[in-house]
Design a binder for this molecule. Structure first.
Ligand code: PA5
Length: 447
């Protein structure tokens, strides 16, 4: 894995990357010595290398048992309790997984409150054998709680209490929260989310590893990749020769130069959910005190035909971070045609990936010319090992960037605002004072 910064240099202000040498060294100290804000949520720092054989074997065993009897596996969770798993699963499974006969198909619930979504899911589950994981660190989040209540009733009706209980795994806090109480009463297999690992940093805990193992993905390789990146940081907690530090410094300098929006770019649609995971990680960690880079994402070349115009010519507050994949998993060449009616013979014989790569290079230069700096992260392929490296790369990059921005990267106080209003509007006990004021502001919307 390589980081290329050639196309950012001319956009960075007077300060040089090198002037951040001591800042980076002291920020690593803050992280490793746990002296910064949110220091009780640094469990992810040593997590990969602390994962032991018994734990992995237990996850694999649970997945093996459930895979035998599941055509569908439902992952019930939201935010950090589902995005990491989905990022890895969608990156490594067949693009058309829902049309192959490979079992189980992983589907998601509890990440929205759409009546249509849940109704249509129930209709499918009616006809399929399934099992599920309900994942919520707090055990009290409304979206997954509603979905789980509905799915729980369905699975019990379908299989009876005992068999249903054997098809449900709860992943939650060791003691707190309604989900933990429920799991205890019902006797579900339970995995614990460590206290010191926040939701968006939890993909390498059972939160991510069980669903990923259910998809038949090699969780050992994933963890191995993360361990490698963890060690690379630990062995060289400096700026020089450490790509995580370089990424954190360059995005910080670009931000200071007015580039307040970072667009994660991929040229492989299998990485769409990796960008979603990254957006949550960076958005929720840094968007505080009226500060922080706004994380966005695009898939090229698809979005070159939609968002490409804005990126090339719109407001100049953007920079791109491109995940550049060197090798495809398949080989497919453009065929030669004698008639050449579509005039594509000039690229006949070339692999699609070569054309895609040229599109990537051409786009990068066009965007740089248009005033958009480009950071490139070059990975050899999309594999479990490389995804493990990338996960840790972005987690550590997030912590370094957050501390440089002088925010607590590990809390999310802003998330409460919508919840309070929603609870008040739903008439939850304890929110009476707000209900009337909110209804007044909403005027006639009584829906
Ligand atoms: O990163 C976070 O902490 C959040 O995004 C949570 O993951 C999300 O709100 C879901 O929380 P919980 O796992 O408690 O249901």
């Amino acid at each position: 894995m390589k980081l290329e910064l050639t196309h950012t240099n001319s956009f960075i202000g007077k300060e040089s990357i090198q002037s951040y040498e001591s800042t980076i060294a002291s920020t690593y100290n803050t992280i490793y010595n746990k002296t910064g804000a949110g220091n009780d949520f640094l469990g992810w720092v040593n997590l990969p290398s602390e994962i032991d054989e018994n734990f992995i074997a237990d996850i694999e065993k649970t997945a093996y048992e459930l895979r035998k009897k599941s055509e569908i596996f439902v992952v019930v969770g939201i935010g950090g309790s589902y995005l990491g798993a989905r990022a890895v699963i969608e990156a490594l499974q067949n693009h058309f997984a829902s049309l192959t006969n490979e079992k189980p198909l992983i589907v998601y619930a509890g990440h929205n409150m759409s009546e249509d979504y849940l109704s249509e899911l129930l209709a499918i589950l009616e006809k399929k054998d399934y099992s599920m994981a309900v994942i919520s660190k707090s055990g009290t989040t409304t979206e997954p709680a509603i979905a789980f209540r509905i799915l729980k009733q369905h699975i019990i009706k379908k299989y009876g209490e005992t068999e249903a209980a054997s098809r449900i795994v709860a992943i939650t806090d060791k003691a707190k929260g309604a989900l933990k109480q429920l799991a205890n009463v019902k006797g579900y297999k339970t995995y614990i989310v460590p206290d010191d690992v926040g939701g968006r940093f939890s993909v390498l805990t059972p939160v991510g590893l069980l669903p990923i193992a259910m998809a038949g993905i090699d969780i050992r390789a994933l963890v191995k990749g993360a361990v490698e990146m963890e060690k690379a940081c630990k062995n060289n907690p400096t700026l020089n020769g450490n790509i995580v530090s370089e990424y954190a410094v360059v995005r910080h300098l670009l931000y200071k130069a007015g580039k307040t929006n970072e667009i994660m770019v991929n040229y492989e649609p299998r990485l769409v959910y990796f960008s979603e995971w990254w957006k949550q990680l960076y958005g929720e960690s840094h968007g505080k005190d009226h500060k922080g880079i706004f994380p966005a994402s695009v898939t090229f070349s698809t979005d070159l035909h939609s968002m490409g115009q804005y990126i090339q010519d719109g407001l100049r507050n953007l920079f791109e971070t491109v995940i550049s994949v060197e090798n495809s998993n398949h080989e497919l060449r453009i065929p030669l045609e004698n008639e050449d009616l579509d005039q594509l013979n000039y690229i006949a014989g070339k692999r699609i990936s070569e054309v895609n790569h040229k599109a990537e290079l051409g786009t990068m230069l066009a965007h740089v010319d248009g005033g958009v700096p480009v950071i490139r992260i070059v990975i050899p392929e999309v594999s479990a090992f490389v995804l493990g490296q990338l996960i840790y790369f972005f987690e550590m990059g997030c912590a370094l960037s957050g501390y440089m921005l002088e925010v607590n990267p590990f809390d999310q106080p802003g998330v409460e605002a919508y919840k309070k209003n929603m609870f008040a509007l739903l008439g939850k006990k304890g929110y009476e004072a707000q209900t009337e004021a909110l209804n007044k502001r909403l005027g006639g919307d009584k829906r």
